[in-house]
Design a protein around this ligand. Sequence first.
Ligand SMILES: Nc1ncnc2c1ncn2[C@@H]1O[C@H](COP(=O)(O)OP(=O)(O)OP(=O)(O)O)[C@@H](O)[C@H]1O
Ligand SMILES: [Mg+2]
Length: 350
Amino acid sequence: MRCCISQAQIEARALTKTFRVPKRGSGVTGAIQHLFAPVYEDKRALDQVTFDIASGEAVACVGPNGAGKSTTVKLMVGITMPTSGSVRIEGLDPHKERITNSRKIGVVFGQRSQLWWDLPVAESLRLLGDIYEIPPDRYDQTLKTCTELLELGPLLGQASRSLSLGQRMRCDIAASLLHSPRILFLDEPTIGLDVAVKARIRQFISAMNRERGVTVVLTSHDLQDIETICQRIILMDKGAIVFDGSLLAVKRQFDRSRVVTFRLREMVPDAAARVQIALSEVAPPPVITVTGYDTVVTFDPSHSSSAAVVAKVMAELPVEDLKIEEPGIESIIRQLYDGTLKLGVAEPVT
Ligand SMILES: Nc1ncnc2c1ncn2[C@@H]1O[C@H](COP(=O)(O)OP(=O)(O)OP(=O)(O)O)[C@@H](O)[C@H]1O
Ligand SMILES: [Mg+2]
């Protein structure tokens, strides 16, 4: 189990975070009452969250709005303190030892910028380089790499406030990497960006993880981000972890269907009936639909292999081409958000 990895780079133990929030009645009366006799209530954002992340992993923190993803990231980067439990980054308490921790980590919040609003981007980056005391040759090298891969050239002379969201995000990602952090935390780095910029950012983050071994912790509602960058997902709901495992394991555990589309050389009027007979021994019975030249077979791969199903259909029909679709993480997570997929106790899968 992951929680037993002895040399975790990030270690969260029974993290609980409770916010004290004002409890106000409605309307002007409520506001006045609150002014003279304020009443507060506790709101639990995180409840006993435990996980380990090893060096070099790329982990996605996924879940519906309010699940506790950003709160978890804020605890890991030391912006806030847990109400109880603990978090350690390479053995350090990220809140108590914020300055030392900030040298190890890079942080990108999609909704906030670390660049100075009125300064040209190049100046902001230079200031950050000075703050982190980055040796000039390393600074130049990192900036050169980021400029190439994120196409920052034309942006460096512009003030941050004049950049579009996607341009600003590319500069922010460069800013977070200037000091060569070993861990990169990204809270919704592609929110609101166009398809092309999203793709570039994903490729860049993925390359940082795979080629340079930077540990990546990412929150995103964009499942394409997750599939491109991460090998592991932590699914959160209502402040708790409901699943922690490899992306592949999630697919295997929760998506029990495989879809094979057979494109036929010619129209076969009784194709559905013939496939049904050919696959009569496949259990549970596959779903067969025919549209024009396409016969689509949806079946449970845990009982019958794709190879066996394909062989039986090909022996029955004049197949010209076929396509086997991998289970989609999107449908699983959508079901989790909708509440139609009920996950039981978290089952870590390695
Ligand atoms: N500073 C705060 N004060 C009071 N409540 C807070 C505070 N920060 C977060 N919360 C509450 O904690 C819960 C978790 O919030 P969090 O921002 O971690 O969710 P999230 O999973 O990041 O959601 P989203 O997908 O919308 O970004 C929410 O109910 C939120 O209202
Ligand atoms: Mg959030």
